[in-house]
Ligand binder design. Structure first.
Ligand code: GDP
Length: 467
């Protein structure tokens, strides 16, 4: 088995998304920057896995390369394993492994120690539009779908007959109401049972080279999830497992919940059956067409930051002393929030803050940079204040080259801007101390571990988490 490096990199030939393509992280170059870079061995590695066309490349391009969601329609698919290193982020080292589906984890050339050894989090992407759950009425109704079940020799004939009869029964009822044709809760478990029985049949069909339908991809994705997770866990039990139930933009609220419930149950059942009940899977409903993908990634990245409690505590103190209602510490390029205070996050506030970052960067890039100057759109002068018509204020301040603080507060409380600014300076200094301490510890550990052997693809420091 082999992989190839994605040579397309981040060059999309012009401005993509709301950021100029030139806007990205550079190296550490200023004394005002907080050094959050570290040697590559110590950076957290996130693997993004899943079947082909599940949306991995799109996620990576939208979140880390500012591609607009619509442009992902033109992303080319590949039949090889593609490894793409995201090196422009100083905070997260990110690798995407695009699995075409036919990869065999038990192939002796598959170096799972190397792949999973230094990995902090493994994100497995499942295409929610392929689950077939949203098409269950169609699944029962369409003759061509039902007729293909006849090919299954060992299928429970009672169930197939019942599935065939049900739409006809519905058609024969006096009422024309659509409700009666749609599956009732009583039909869902039956359908699920039937799907389960069809699993082997579809897999067998696939091996024979028959065309696949959506359910096959769903079953195969769950099977691959199980294989991947158990294999990774054996190599590195510290890995955090995240499942992105992706492309949920096409699903209604009920269907989203049903899909999530179904995947949760099936995935955990399979793990329990295999004796891996200690493995915890976190599920997220995501789409590149809204902020859900950024929010989900924020949660993944936060789990890899050991300083998170300290950062949250600092944000809480800042909020209390400045009458701030909500505050986020953002990684500016990706719009991932690496920490927030302990009040619950509501999606609308998060989206507002993301939009604010977009506006600040766009305006800075267009009007804030003098010609012939190699300046960045986001620097230590970056700050912004937006008053909304509902009496709320959004306030953004630069924390360092990579991070920005975005706060939401009542307009009345913004009268004490001087106090807020003073508290912000204290906050920024405290953040600096947190990372300086980390860097000192890292430096000491590196000095002590010079020459230490690599174990399972990681050195004595590396468990894949930020240290
Ligand atoms: P990969 O093979 O796993 O890397 O999948 P791609 O990133 O190439 O995506 C396959 C297709 O899914 C593309 O046409 C994308 O535009 C589409 N796609 C990706 N994410 C989403 C999403 O959140 N919603 C919808 N509706 N389509 C998506």
């Amino acid at each position: 088995m082999s992989y190839q490096d994605d040579e397309e990199g981040v060059d999309y030939g012009g401005h993509v998304g709301s950021f100029p393509k030139e806007f990205g992280y550079g190296g550490y170059d200023g004394e005002h920057d907080i050094t959050i870079t570290s040697t590559s061995d110590q950076k957290p590695r996130i693997l993004l896995m899943g079947l082909r066309r599940s949306g991995k490349s799109s996620i990576q391009k939208v979140v880390f390369h500012k591609m607009s969601p619509n442009e992902t329609l033109f992303l080319e698919s590949t039949n090889k394993i593609v490894k793409d290193d995201i090196n422009n982020s100083s905070f997260v080292q990110f690798q995407i492994w695009d699995f075409p589906g036919q990869i065999d984890f038990f192939d002796p050339t598959f170096d799972s120690d190397m792949i999973f050894g230094g990995c902090g989090a493994l994100v497995f992407v499942i295409d929610a539009q392929e689950t077939g759950i949203q098409n269950l009425d169609e699944f029962i109704d369409v003759d061509k779908d039902v007729s293909c079940y006849d090919e299954k020799e060992n299928l429970d004939e009672d169930i197939v007959d019942e599935m065939k009869e049900r739409p006809r029964e519905a058609e024969n009822t006096d009422s024309d109401s659509e409700e009666e044709i749609k599956p009732t809760p009583a039909t869902l478990p039956e359908a699920r049972k039937c799907i389960e029985q069809l699993r082997q049949f579809f897999l067998q069909k696939k091996n024979e080279g028959s065309p696949l339908d959506a359910l096959d991809d769903y079953i195969e994705a769950l099977h691959k999830l199980n294989l991947t997770v158990t294999k990774a866990y054996k190599v590195n039990p510290k890995i955090i497992f995240e499942v992105f139930i992706h492309k949920v933009d096409g699903l209604g609220d009920d269907c989203k919940m049903e899909t999530q419930r179904d995947i949760h149950q099936r995935a955990n059942d399979e793990l329990n059956d295999a004796g891996y009940d200690q493995i915890h899977l976190s599920l997220h409903l995501t789409s590149i067409y809204d902020h859900s993908i950024f929010e989900a990634f924020s949660k993944v990245v936060q789990k890899l930051i050991p300083q998170l409690p300290a950062l949250e505590n600092l944000l809480n103190i800042l909020n209390t002393n400045s009458a701030i209602e909500k505050s986020f510490l953002f990684d500016v390029v990706s719009k991932i929030y690496i920490a927030t205070d302990s009040t619950p996050v509501d999606m609308q506030s998060y989206e507002l803050c993301c939009d604010m970052i977009d506006v600040v960067i766009d305006v800075s890039w267009i009007y804030g940079i003098k010609e012939d100057q190699d300046a960045a759109a986001f620097d230590d002068q970056s700050s912004s204040l937006i008053k909304l018509n509902n009496g709320t204020v959004l306030y953004l301040r630069e924390v360092n080259k990579f991070l920005a603080l975005v706060c939401i507060l009542r307009e009345d409380n913004f009268d004490h801007k001087g106090i807020i600014d003073y508290n912000f300076l204290c906050f920024r200094e405290a953040i600096q101390q947190v990372f300086e301490l980390r860097n000192k510890l890292q430096h000491n550990s590196t000095t002590n571990s010079v020459g230490s052997p690599m174990v399972n693809g990681k050195n004595s420091l590396g468990d894949g988490h930020l240290s």
